[in-house]
Design a protein. Structure first.
Length: 92
């Protein structure tokens, strides 16, 4: 049996789901994203981001990070994604 760990970024969401259900089930823990899936989502988000008209280019990395994490939250650490796309919080 494989032990599934809940990524730190997903703890709040997981606990909220457990509270709503009133019990903890194996289905509450999302499957981790594969490297291939992560790369595909990053590339799609970059492509979508490039198609947008962004007036404040400093916000582009924040927007990109948000687009990616919307699809991957709870399945991979935000730090891993930030490192992959070169996102540094607070740096403009």
């Amino acid at each position: 049996m494989q032990i599934k760990k809940i990524p730190q970024d997903a703890l709040l969401t997981t606990l909220q789901t457990v509270a709503e259900l009133g019990m903890f089930t194996e289905e509450v823990i999302q499957n981790p994203a594969s490297k291939k899936e992560v790369d595909e989502i990053i590339n799609n988000a970059k492509s979508d981001c490039d198609k947008m008209t962004i007036y404040n280019q400093n916000s582009k990395s924040i927007l990109l990070m948000g687009m990616i994490m919307k699809k991957l939250r709870g399945r991979i650490s935000a730090k891993v994604i930030a490192d992959k796309i070169g996102f540094v919080k607070g740096v403009k």
